[in-house]
Write a protein that binds this ligand. Structure first.
Ligand SMILES: *[C@@H]1O[C@H](CO)[C@@H](O)[C@H](O)[C@H]1NC(C)=O
Ligand SMILES: *[C@@H]1O[C@H](CO)[C@@H](O)[C@H](O)[C@H]1NC(C)=O
Ligand SMILES: *[C@@H]1O[C@H](CO)[C@@H](O)[C@H](O)[C@H]1NC(C)=O
Length: 150
């Protein structure tokens, strides 16, 4: 399990084969689902599933357990910075958007709640990657964060 912070857009670690965290030039092929009003989501938050993956739910559960058990329970992320966790086939990335005026703050429990649902139950369990955002246009610079599970 790795915990690291890095600037988005750079290669984030050896476990990461992709550096597309906030590479908005790379569009997410037609989101399979997009939801704005699932009961546990804040009204303005949205998620999309995309692509296809064999990411294992149990690896992702391991990431959740590690985040919950971590010494860091509050995360402050400045513009364009990501926190990356990975275990086996599962990568979780929380990224601050590039043009935010104030750093974003999230708790470990916020991260793991939304990783579990909607991203694991809505996307990974169906063989797709997922991203949660506080702006419905995932590919834009709008909103303050993106939470990716791949
Ligand atoms: C998932 O695994 C199957 C069977 O091994 C393989 O054919 C497929 O290409 C894999 N898909 C991805 C996205 O890695
Ligand atoms: C982390 O944030 C929570 C909720 O915002 C707060 O109750 C807690 O005291 C914070 N913990 C630390 C170590 O700052
Ligand atoms: C997040 O916390 C930092 C440090 O306490 C603070 O400066 C910033 O304003 C907070 N961000 C938001 C959006 O409240």
């Amino acid at each position: 399990m790795k915990f690291s912070t890095a600037f988005a857009g750079m290669v984030l670690g050896s476990g990461l084969g992709v550096a597309m965290a906030v590479d908005t030039s790379q569009s997410l092929a037609s989101p399979a689902t997009a939801s704005v009003a699932s009961p546990i989501l804040e009204k303005r938050d949205a998620f999309s599933c995309y692509g296809s993956t064999n990411t294992s739910l149990s690896d992702c559960q391991g990431v959740i357990d590690t985040i919950n058990a971590g010494a860091e329970q509050n995360f402050t992320l400045y513009a364009n910075v990501c926190i990356v966790w990975d275990k086996g086939t599962c990568k979780v990335r929380l990224c601050a958007q590039p043009f935010i005026s104030r750093p974003i703050n999230r708790t470990a429990s916020w991260v793991t709640t939304y990783v579990a649902s909607p991203l694991l139950d809505g996307c990974i369990s169906k063989g797709m990657m997922g991203v949660l955002s506080d702006h419905p246009n995932i590919n834009s610079h709008s909103g303050t964060y993106r939470l990716w599970v791949s």
